[in-house]
Design a protein around this ligand. Sequence first.
Ligand code: ZN
Length: 92
Amino acid sequence: MKYILALLLTSSSLYADRIYIDSEDLEISQDAFYVHIGGNMWREAGDLHIDDSGLYIDDNAEFDKKWKCPYCHMMWPLKSPCKNADCPSKYK
Ligand SMILES: [Zn+2]
């Protein structure tokens, strides 16, 4: 039984790469976590984990990439303009 459990743990860790994140690259909204992946692109993350090395997310699934509006700080799908009616941005 212990042997089977060890096998399962080993194989699952092969599929789930951990992406460690700095707290300044993390945005927490009401229903999701977003992780900065560079160039003002943000990745939606399902679950946030912590271990001895710090905060991380699993890289075992496809998540939507978003950009953050620099004016109202809301997340939007790439190639989509900011749709916030109250946004002070001129890029509408
Ligand atoms: Zn905006």
